[in-house]
Design a binder for this molecule. Structure first.
Ligand code: AMP
Ligand code: ZN
Length: 468
């Protein structure tokens, strides 16, 4: 089966055909590092992560680039308020961002270029646009003249009839869906303090959109396969990225545009400006774990809105628990010495489940249906386990399937932890204590094992260890 993705450009689901066979170039817009990212932002990064992981599952070699916007209006304002140099101010939030990615098990991009390290590449594009007279100089900066690019609006379908020729927007914050000439380069003014670059096109700093054009094409070429981001970026950010890149080079920018819907709170987009947001840190302080948050954010189709409630995180915790209990059971059966013969039913169950999972994911990453397929498997196999009809080899095969699925989902405890001899000894002692019904000693040993980072679960097949 081939993967179909909804393409914002054509507004259709299309078969994904890579530019280079077996390879996929993916660019997703990264964070603006002036504060901690909120979990709405992380929904966007998780949607990108699921896409990337599924492409890999299907055998593509993925080259993923995610930029770091480390210069813009908000960053300059923040660094001046805190009286910190720009790079010190952004370093703190960039590091926090990467920590959060790791906690949420979001695979890091192959390249995470910073805007401030790609000014040269941006200037090259702006010069081309000036040469072609598609960009013009004004008093406060260099602007892209959208009336000179006939395809302007083709991505977002923004209303061009409302276009007021020559009307300009300088700020990085866009409130209205109104097409205007936008800043490619902003000439230095006193509010910028010591943030500027001396270049051929003047002393100043880049606009937001040009950053992504320069960094995506530098690392992925042009055109490249997939460009992603939250739905709010379609206009004006992606529209402008596309206009300036295509106008500068005369070549197509991107083949597939992938946009995720928003995470909502009480029906409104989670956002800094509305103040209705949670950072990961906020949720950890409330006692929620990263795995449940990841599960919640990935469990709804990326093109559907997802309403965030604390109940939904609790439901996610329960779902993860069910999946992980299942995996723990499989692990214990595959490590057992009990002699249960292989069950003939298992092979077709595994084949069907894999086929159905892939069918759903191939259909524009229909993850909620794909998860339903996984839970159906859990239900079926749990019944067979209770009937003592799952042998060692069966458990191994089902466990392998779960690991494959988890290469996409990234939520299961499938890592084979290295357990030291010392811990193994403690587990044996504890089993002995339990046999002798010495519950105090068993509990003491459980605590000791926990201190060493492992948790013992008692199952019908004996004790199973998991990482705390
Ligand atoms: P920003 O730092 O505002 O540029 O946002 C970073 C990424 O998060 C972008 O892809 C946004 O589209 C996305 N994003 C922002 N808010 C939300 C939200 N509430 N739900 C989903 N994605 C969001
Ligand atoms: Zn971008």
């Amino acid at each position: 089966m081939t993967l179909k993705l909804y393409n914002t450009l054509t507004r259709k689901k299309e078969t994904f055909k890579p530019i280079k066979k077996g390879h996929a170039g993916l660019y997703t817009c990264g964070p603006t590092v002036y504060d901690f990212a909120h979990i709405g932002n992380f929904r966007a990064y998780i949607c990108g992560d699921i896409l990337k992981r599924y492409l890999k599952y299907k055998g593509f070699k993925v080259n993923h680039v995610m930029n770091i916007t480390d210069v813009d209006d908000k960053i300059i304002k923040g660094s001046r308020q805190k009286n910190k140099p720009l790079n010190k101010f952004t370093k703190e939030y960039t590091e926090a961002f990467f920590e959060d990615l790791e906690k949420l098990n979001i695979n890091k991009a192959d390249f995470s270029p910073k805007a401030t390290e790609h000014i040269k590449e941006m200037v090259v594009i702006i010069k081309k646009l000036l040469d072609k007279k598609i960009a013009y100089k004004a008093k406060d900066g260099i602007y892209f003249d959208i009336s000179k690019f006939k395809d302007y609006g083709k991505l977002s379908h923004v209303k061009l009839e409302e276009l007021e020729i020559g009307k300009r927007i300088k700020a990085d914050q866009y409130e209205k869906e109104q097409a205007q000439d936008f800043a490619l380069w902003k000439f230095w003014d006193k509010d910028d303090g010591d943030v500027f670059w001396e270049t051929d096109i003047g002393k100043g700093r880049p606009g937001w959109h040009i950053e992504c054009s320069a960094m995506s094409t530098k690392y992925l070429g042009q055109p490249f396969d997939i460009h992603g981001g939250g739905i709010d970026l379609v206009f004006p950010h992606h529209e402008n990225e596309m206009a300036q890149t295509e106008a500068a080079t005369g070549k197509k920018f991107v083949n597939y545009w992938f946009h995720n819907e928003h995470l909502l709170v009480n029906g409104r987009k989670m956002s800094k400006s509305l103040g209705n947001f949670f950072t990961l840190r906020d949720l950890f302080n409330k006692g929620y774990n990263a795995n449940a948050i990841r599960y919640l954010l990935l469990s709804v189709h990326y093109r559907q809105q997802l309403n965030f409630t604390e109940e939904s995180v609790k439901a996610a915790e329960n779902a993860i628990q069910r999946l992980n209990d299942f995996v723990v059971k499989l692990k214990s059966i595959k490590n057992t010495n009990k002699k249960i013969p292989p069950n003939k039913k298992i092979k077709p169950i595994i084949e069907d489940t894999r086929k159905n999972f892939e069918k759903e994911m191939d259909d524009d990453l229909n993850i909620s249906n794909a998860l339903a397929v996984v839970f159906e498997l859990v239900k079926k196999i749990n019944t067979l386990i209770m009937e003592n009809k799952i042998g060692k080899k069966d458990a191994e095969d089902i466990y392998g399937l779960m690991r494959d699925f988890d290469s996409v989902l990234g939520v299961l405890e499938t890592k084979e932890e290295k357990v030291s001899v010392e811990i193994q000894k403690l587990v044996k002692e504890r089993e002995k204590a339990r046999k002798e019904k010495d519950w105090n000693q068993a509990d003491k040993l459980r605590d000791e094992i926990k201190e060493k980072g492992f948790e013992v679960k008692d199952t019908s097949e004996g004790s199973v260890l998991g990482k705390v």
